[in-house]
Design a protein around this ligand. Structure first.
Ligand code: ADP
Ligand code: MG
Length: 242
């Protein structure tokens, strides 16, 4: 059983608006999947459903062995296994970088402070910010704050990481440093789902690309798909680069 994430025939609606339509795909251990598509095509909703931040109206989602929409779901256990990073970093401004990262390991995992601090330092060095442990978020650039947010997720030692347009709020010169961190994670075998607008990055890092259109998995295949779209919709999307 190598599928870490499995969506089967997922349907999701907000009231009368159907946002995900019969969505099915699997992500295997160590695989990097890029999810692309126009704004409003359901990409963020799909990620949120995987982490039980949304309910679904049909189908099944299994993540790291957790049946995400079963009544018996252990949310804490799910969220220990799944890291999620959003466009906004949501760091606590009154806590240092180190304290931000130690929060979940001490409060959720109940690790002793010393151990949590060691993990925080290791994760900070993984994102190239070892020297910023004592800084406050406002003393960091947007790119550095986003790298701290990634380190904070990594500190929970997740089995899969979900990234939702984590570079969209950043200036182009800060985007590269965040993408490099994600690339390093990919190289180290982290299972990841990346919702991204960065086509060149998707082509370089992703094993698999999923193109969503109107809530449907419209096209999926290896990253080379981006060079050879099979549908006019994906051709148009890649053409505009949006
Ligand atoms: P994407 O991430 O691809 O831009 P989203 O998953 O955010 O798309 O949104 C898909 C659709 O669902 C959009 O039409 C959006 O307006 C709608 N939507 C998202 N979240 C909610 C919500 N909480 N309530 C109602 N509609 C929502
Ligand atoms: Mg989105």
């Amino acid at each position: 059983m190598s599928a870490v994430v499995k969506l089967s025939h997922v349907n999701k609606s907000f009231g009368p608006l159907q946002v995900l339509r019969d969505v099915s795909f699997e992500v295997n251990r160590g695989e990097v999947v890029a999810v692309i598509g126009q704004s409003g095509s359901g990409k963020s909703t799909a990620l949120r459903c995987m982490n039980a931040l949304e309910t679904i109206q049909g189908g099944e989602i299994e993540v790291c062995g957790h049946k995400v929409h079963s009544d018996k779901l252990d949310r804490r256990a799910l969220r220990r296994d799944v890291g999620i990073v959003f466009q906004s970093y949501n760091l606590f401004p009154h806590l240092t970088v180190e304290q931000n990262i130690m929060l979940a390991p001490t409060c959720v995992k109940k690790l002793p402070k010393g151990e949590a601090r060691d993990i925080a330092h290791r994760c900070l060095s993984d994102v190239g910010l070892a020297e910023k442990a004592g800084s406050y978020p406002e003393q960091l650039s947007g790119g550095q704050q986003q790298r701290v947010a990634i380190a904070r997720s990594l500190a929970m030692q997740p089995k899969v990481m979900l990234f939702d347009e984590v570079t969209s709020a950043l200036d182009p010169q800060l985007t590269g440093e965040v993408l490099k961190v994600i690339e390093d994670l990919a190289r180290n075998g982290m299972t990841m789902i990346l919702v991204t607008h960065e086509m060149a990055f998707a082509r370089k890092v992703a094993n698999t690309v999923i193109y969503m259109n109107q809530g449907v998995v419209w096209e999926t295949g290896p990253a080379a798909l981006l060079d050879d779209p099979q549908t006019p919709e994906l051709r148009g999307f890649v053409g505009t680069g949006l």
